[in-house]
Write a protein that binds this ligand. Structure first.
Ligand code: ZN
Length: 305
């Protein structure tokens, strides 16, 4: 059943307050990509065990695959059944129209990413489209996240090392962050300080001094995308600096795939793959989520909603 507008507005108002709590208390929401029901079970299991509030998120691929309202219902059913504090983020929404649909479906967080869908989009186009989503989000009170330019990588396994000299060219600067936040009115700024989508042969390096100067330059929430394969100490520091949302996808997918490969090889006669997923894959993905929640300092922060 779709949520009513008053229900959606209530959820969004709580989510906003909780982002502020996270900022005041120096912890971050883990935003975990939801590929299927097994991933949601894994996130729920970790959230329950650590009593941590969580975000789950879907990008356009998952929206096309599962459906916006199915996702909302699935998460709401888990929320009711397990009593967890959980919100939904529309991740890397490629267009104003797609973002508006997420707002209407009652997602509490909307990430509008015009530059990823069109790498050649001008600054003016990106600002105009982002602002349109910010204005539309007033309907429900959803929080809007964005960034001023294309952010590298992709949620997959990369064989090549990270070329930091190339990546540095795409780093956020305090000035550009301030200009973008002021021009668009977004609630959350997606900072690029060495974080990168995907898994690489070498660990990632975050520029924490740059992150501090961005934190000082703007007064909205800050998120970090591309959190997989980042040594935990960077997250613990980033949270102290004031980051309140950290996205994790590839580390979960990696655990999912490797564990599934292993149990399939070990059980060639088991034709119920879902049984193998329930028995082993969910635990492996949940262990990844747990370790991140600890790094994000969000354990024991859950409230009843
Ligand atoms: Zn991302």
């Amino acid at each position: 059943m779709p949520l009513t507008l008053p229900q959606i507005r209530r959820n969004c108002a709580i989510a906003r307050t909780r982002m502020q709590d996270a900022r005041n208390q120096r912890w971050a929401f883990g935003a975990f990509n939801l590929d299927d029901e097994a991933t949601l079970k894994a996130v729920t299991k970790a959230a329950l065990k650590l009593q941590a509030p969580v975000l789950v998120e879907v990008s356009q691929g998952e929206v096309d695959d599962i459906g916006l309202y199915n996702i909302r219902d699935l998460v709401d059913n888990f929320k009711a059944e397990y009593g967890i504090e959980i919100y939904i983020n529309l991740d890397h929404s490629p267009s104003v129209e797609a973002a508006k649909k997420g707002i209407e479906a009652g997602f509490e967080f909307i990430h509008i990413d015009i530059s990823q869908a069109n790498h050649d989009a001008s600054d003016e186009e990106i600002i105009r489209a982002t602002k349109e989503v910010v204005d539309y989000a007033r309907l429900t009170g959803a929080s809007v996240e964005s960034e001023p330019h294309y952010f590298g990588g992709g949620s997959s396994l990369f064989k090549q090392d990270i070329d930091y000299e190339e990546i540095k060219k795409t780093f956020s600067t305090p000035e550009s962050a301030k200009h973008f936040v002021t021009s668009t009115g977004i609630d959350t700024f997606a900072a690029a300080v060495g974080n990168l989508h995907g898994k690489y042969p070498v660990p990632k390096i975050l520029d924490l001094d740059l992150l501090k100067s961005i934190r000082e330059a703007i007064n909205c929430n800050i998120s970090l995308h591309g959190g997989s394969d980042t040594p935990g100490h960077y997250f613990r520091e980033a949270v102290k600096i004031g980051v309140t949302k950290i996205n994790i996808n590839s580390d979960m997918r990696f655990a999912y795939r490797r564990t599934l490969d292993k149990v399939l090889a070990e059980n060639p006669d088991e034709i119920s793959v879902s049984k193998l997923i329930s028995k082993s894959v969910i635990d492996a993905v949940s262990a990844v989520v747990e370790s991140k929640l600890l790094d994000f300092n969000s354990a024991h922060r859950m409230i009843k909603i």
